[in-house]
Design a protein around this ligand. Structure first.
Ligand code: MN
Length: 316
């Protein structure tokens, strides 16, 4: 998906030591409508004002469940991976590498932008849609890597009494997702049955956050319904999740990302001049290729703000 805002705010991320202790901090998201008044409403909890990243996870949009149509024309990305995960519905991905892939619930679409990629996304008209779109920032050593696309219809899962944890990205409890990652991290969906209690193994050196996708989960004693992101900090070796009614949660985690980055529109870079170059190359050049079969005309980049974009740390 794309950041379709016409006046995207500069976003601060990356860098410098931070939380090493467990915390339970509810981070309120903001509602963003993608693609105009009849567009799709999403709740964006990353980047957040206070916690801009969780590990290398730097962007989290949760949409649905609602009847909606996703129509995102071709747009560029740099320096990140996009992670697409559905609970309901289907989305067709196309990119400038020639990939054409429908994603369905329980499957992972992972696109590595590396130095430059462009893609489009669409869903069948007016059908039930529910899912998340995430971005993972690439570390400096890998951010110029060649673009790539992966579809993973089968992912490892950890099952316990009344719950199943599906590992989308990275590692959880010794299970490793086949998806390519560039920094130590975790992304998992945890499905809980009525009255279930799940004890999820965590790594004390990772920071974590959890989002409810549906239902209310009790996460380390905090009631969490769909909406806010519960930031958990670091220094934990397990997380207890409970559900009265069936519920579904997304767990994100990773080694704190110590680089300062600049996020602007659909680009992740390291300084203002680089973002200016990405924007110019998208608007005037062919560095991002073209997306065969993409609907509509490619999305124009918004105007840059009047003041220089500054690289930011991962916490406020
Ligand atoms: Mn996108």
């Amino acid at each position: 998906m794309s950041n379709l805002e016409q006046s995207p705010r500069e976003t601060e991320c990356g860098g410098i030591a931070g939380v090493v202790e467990p915390v339970n901090e509810l981070l309120t998201g903001r509602d963003v409508v993608l693609g105009g008044p009849r567009g799709m409403k999403v709740t964006r909890t990353l980047p957040n004002r206070d916690v801009r990243m969780v590990g290398a996870w730097c962007f989290l949009d949760h949409y649905g469940p609602e009847r909606a149509t996703m129509r995102v024309p071709a747009h560029p990305h740099t320096g990140l991976q996009t992670v697409s995960w559905l609970v309901e519905g289907e989305v067709l991905h196309r990119d400038c590498l020639g990939s054409e892939q429908v994603i369905r619930p329980g499957q992972l679409n992972l696109m590595t932008a590396g130095r430059a990629i462009s893609h489009s996304e669409e869903s069948p008209r007016d059908t039930a849609l529910h899912g998340v779109q995430l971005w993972v920032a690439l570390p400096s050593a890998d951010r110029e890597t060649a673009p790539g696309f992966e579809h993973h219809p089968v992912l490892p899962s950890l099952a316990g009494p009344g719950f199943t944890a599906t590992v989308l990205m990275g590692e959880l409890g010794g299970l490793v997702s086949p998806a390519r990652t560039y920094s130590p991290l975790t992304g998992a969906e945890i499905s809980l049955g009525e009255g279930a209690e799940a004890v999820i193994p965590l790594r004390p050196d990772f920071e974590y956050a959890v989002l409810s996708l549906s239902g209310t989960v009790l996460a380390d004693g905090t009631d969490l319904a769909p909406g806010p992101l519960l930031y958990l900090g670091a220094g934990r070796s397990r997380l207890t999740l409970r559900a009265g009614e069936p519920a579904r949660a997304l767990l994100l985690g990773g080694e704190p990302f110590e680089e300062r980055i600049v996020m602007w529109w659909n680009f992740v870079g390291r300084d203002h001049d680089e973002i200016v170059r990405f924007r110019r190359e998208w608007m005037t050049g062919d560095a991002f290729g073209t997306v065969p079969g993409a609907l509509g005309t490619p999305l124009p980049a918004p105007e840059l703000p009047g003041i220089p974009l500054k690289p930011r740390g991962r916490h406020r």
